[in-house]
Ligand binder design. Structure first.
Ligand code: GDP
Length: 295
């Protein structure tokens, strides 16, 4: 990621000898590098600008700690600010409240929604919960089949949705299935489209109204950079997202979506997909991601 920003900064500071105060002139070069690296990583322009301003404010005039070189000091500030840009703290799933807990997965086709629904079922089962997978993408029978296959693989029950049925009715009926099977969590795999459209949003709104999910998770593809941020904004405006699951993070060489989504939308990234296998889902730790980005 980021072509090793740390090395770039270290290079910039090589000329700087000894210790003292970090001055505007000292750090101007380094901050230019930071801003370029962020823009190259496809970070939202305004986010990059505000970020650099924030680092400058913190860095200028700061006494350089005896144990650190000026470059190390700036890197430390950059790392802390990167982490806080992504929310600072890890945000867990909301699994409180009266069961069954409803987790609604939304997102565009191909983002990894169905796979993530399966991964999430596995994660919840590992926490001692009894999830029920609910295929609510009735336009695509293949999506229903895909979820049934995942359920069979995981030993997790899958609600028997009928292709062509009304997704809202299916989700309501799934509540009955959950209580019959003793399931305490429903994972709704809703319909995706290639682009955001009005009928899709209206359908998702109706499911939200009826089921009152404790989590509405947008599944977004990290590889799509700023597009993922725009998608998150559009979904959040209509549905009020509670979190984002960023997928394909292991192949994302740039990190633009990871860095921008929280700052642009205010919605935390809660989980990251790091591979195609069902165990490749991890909690999102802003500080670790900041470390990974800095190399
Ligand atoms: P959906 O249309 O949003 O339901 O997308 P799918 O769940 O069918 O996933 C689309 C493709 O993305 C599949 O080939 C998945 O294996 C792949 N995929 C999903 N999540 C990840 C991930 O975290 N990493 C990688 N490398 N591939 C993923």
């Amino acid at each position: 990621m980021f072509d090793n920003l740390s090395d770039r900064l270290a290079e910039t500071f090589k000329r700087l000898k000894g210790h003292g105060k970090l001055s505007e002139a000292n750090i101007a070069d380094a901050l230019r590098e930071v801003r370029l690296a962020l823009l190259e990583a496809d970070v939202n322009y305004k986010v990059a600008k505000d970020f650099v301003a924030g680092v400058r404010e913190r860095a200028v005039g700061q006494e350089v700690m005896k144990s650190l070189t000026p470059a190390q000091q700036v890197i430390k500030i950059v790392r802390e600010e990167l982490s806080s840009l992504m929310g600072g703290q890890a945000e867990g799933l909301n699994l409180i409240g009266r069961p069954p807990q409803v987790l609604m997965m939304v997102g565009l086709q191909g983002a990894g929604k169905t796979t993530t629904a399966g991964k999430l079922a596995r994660m919840l089962a590992g926490m001692g919960k009894k999830p029920l997978l609910v295929p609510a993408d009735v336009q695509r029978p293949a999506a229903i089949e895909q979820l049934k296959k995942l359920g069979a693989q995981l030993g997790v029950p899958v609600h028997d949705s009928d292709p062509g049925g009304d997704p809202v009715d299916i989700c309501v009926r799934a509540l009955g299935t959950a209580s019959r099977l003793g399931c305490d969590a429903l994972i709704l795999d809703t319909a995706g489209r290639l682009h955001i459209d009005e009928p899709l949003m209206a359908q998702l709104e109706r499911i939200k109204q009826k089921l009152q999910p404790g989590e509405i998770l947008l599944v977004a593809d990290a590889m799509t950079g700023q597009d993922a941020v725009n998608v998150a904004e559009a979904f959040h405006q209509r549905l009020g997202l509670s979190g984002v699951v960023l997928t394909k993070v292991e192949g994302d060489a740039r990190g633009g979506a990871a860095l921008s989504i929280r700052a642009v939308t205010g919605v935390p990234i809660k989980l990251v997909g790091v591979g195609e296998k069902l165990d490749a889902l991890e909690p999102f730790h802003p500080d670790r991601m900041a470390g990974r980005i800095l190399g």
